[in-house]
Structures are given as structure tokens and as C-alpha cells.
Ligand binder design. Sequence first.
Ligand SMILES: *[C@@H]1O[C@H](CO)[C@@H](O)[C@H](O)[C@H]1NC(C)=O
Ligand SMILES: *[C@@H]1O[C@H](CO)[C@@H](O)[C@H](O)[C@H]1NC(C)=O
Ligand SMILES: *[C@@H]1O[C@H](CO)[C@@H](O)[C@H](O)[C@H]1NC(C)=O
Ligand SMILES: [Mg+2]
Length: 257
Amino acid sequence: MASGQSLVPTILLLLLCIVSTAVANSIIQVVSGDRKIQIDDNLYCDSWRLSIETNNYGVWSTVPERCESFVQDYMTGYRYQSDLEFVASVSLTFAKTVELAGDGKDVWVFDIDETLLSNLPYYATIGFGTETYNETSWDEWVASGEAPALVPSLKLYEELQQLGFTIVLLTGRDEYQRNVTVKNLLAAGYTDWETLFLRATSDEGKKAIVYKSEKRAELISEGYRIHGNSGDQWSDLLGYAVANRSFKIPDPLYYIS
Ligand SMILES: *[C@@H]1O[C@H](CO)[C@@H](O)[C@H](O)[C@H]1NC(C)=O
Ligand SMILES: *[C@@H]1O[C@H](CO)[C@@H](O)[C@H](O)[C@H]1NC(C)=O
Ligand SMILES: *[C@@H]1O[C@H](CO)[C@@H](O)[C@H](O)[C@H]1NC(C)=O
Ligand SMILES: [Mg+2]
């Protein structure tokens, strides 16, 4: 009987669903039975992360103490990698819809830190709360030029170049860090950008959102069309002279206004 045969896989599938649901539930129960605080922290920190990523939270200066290990687990685990892959993938999907004029004026803007380059090795040594930020050790880390690429960003960067986009880099790093930044970018695999904007002395004291808007406005006044913009900070993406599409890369480590 044909219908009887087709029932067997259906029943197996159903059993599998029930078993896996039970397994999932039992894991949650064991965890919550053992350490109720733990799961409460996870829920709290997951909601905190959603809130900061969407910018609903607004300005914040420190990772909540109860979320430091959550942030560490997120940044060093598969979830961060998966989120990065996802953003790169939707960015590319948009990029492919853009009709390029072919005059070299079709731009994609990238931020650098936590967008193209990862400072995870630095944060692994100082800890995952903003309270541990130390300008001296940060400058030493930047000067080392050893930040690795965020691999999904590097792939996106190369794919955008193949599509014909002109790449502009716009970073809050200072002009005096240009050489080491270039060296680091090249070592990480980034090549052939059109322009690298760093903060000049005249940009000192400007909020990132103002400085970055000014630079994008400069580009537009020079006839560039900013189709896409990738950054880990809302101040990379908001303000004025914004790109047609902005792509927020996850970053629960720090917030820059
Ligand atoms: C900041 O980093 C420098 C260099 O690593 C270190 O000497 C100094 O003690 C640190 N300062 C604080 C407040 O942690
Ligand atoms: C940066 O590199 C250029 C040449 O590659 C050199 O002329 C310049 O002095 C360097 N600047 C600094 C601050 O090291
Ligand atoms: C980008 O935005 C400008 C201004 O809103 C619009 O004229 C242009 O068609 C947009 N380009 C794309 C590729 O969506
Ligand atoms: Mg950044």
C-alpha cells in the first residue's frame, strides 16, 4: 500500500521532532534547575545585546558587569562569526542590485576597527568590559599592526571590488597612525582602496558621527555616489550624507558617539 509506506517516514520524522524537543527542553530545565541565575543573565544579556545593536539603548559606556562573560562567549564563539557572515551576505545581495555607472564613482564606505580589522586579540588580553579601556595599551596595540581581518568582511570587500565598486575607508584612527594602519590592512589582505580617511588634527574633538558625515559629504561633493556603508558603530552610519544602504556590523564591546 503506497499510503502506508509513506506514513513510515512521516512517523519517524514526528518521533524525531518529539525526541529533539524533549532534549532541548531537558537541557534548558537542567540548566535552569542547576543555575537559575545563569539563564536569567543569558536572557538579560541577550536582550541587552539586541537593544544596543538596534541603537534602542542609545549611548552606553560599559558592558554591564553581569554580561561580561556573555559578551566574551559571543565574541569568541560561532554566533559572532555567523552574524558577521549574515551581514556580509545581505550586503552583497544589495550590492548586486546596484547599477554601476562604470565611471569609478560608485562607492562603498568601510569603517576599519571591528569592521575590516578585528581587535579581538587585544580585548582577549584586557578583558571584555569597556571599563578596562586604556588609551596607552590601545595605541600600543594599533602600533603593532597585528589586527587580523574579519574574514566575512574581507570576502565582501573583494566581492565588491569584483562588482566594480570603488572602496573608501573611513576610520576614527588618527592621521599619525596612517602608516601602521596601511601596513596592517595590507597584511590582513585588503588592497586597492581609493582613499583612506583618518582623523586630521583639525578633526580632533569632533564627535565621530560629525567627522564621518563631513567626510561622506566631501565624497558626494566630489561626485561620488555612496551606495553602501559598513560599520560596527551607529556613528559610522548615521548623521548626514548617509549611504543608500547602511549595514551594521555587530559590536557589543564598545559604543562610540
Ligand atoms: C595602561 O596600559 C599601559 C601599557 O600597557 C600600562 O602601563 C598601564 O598601567 C595601564 N593603565 C591602567 C590604568 O591600567
Ligand atoms: C609613512 O611612510 C612614508 C613612506 O612610506 C614616510 O615618508 C613617512 O615618513 C611615514 N610617516 C611616519 C609618521 O612614519
Ligand atoms: C541612492 O539614493 C539617491 C538619492 O536618494 C537616489 O537618487 C539613487 O537612485 C539611489 N541609488 C540606488 C542605487 O538606490
Ligand atoms: Mg569601528
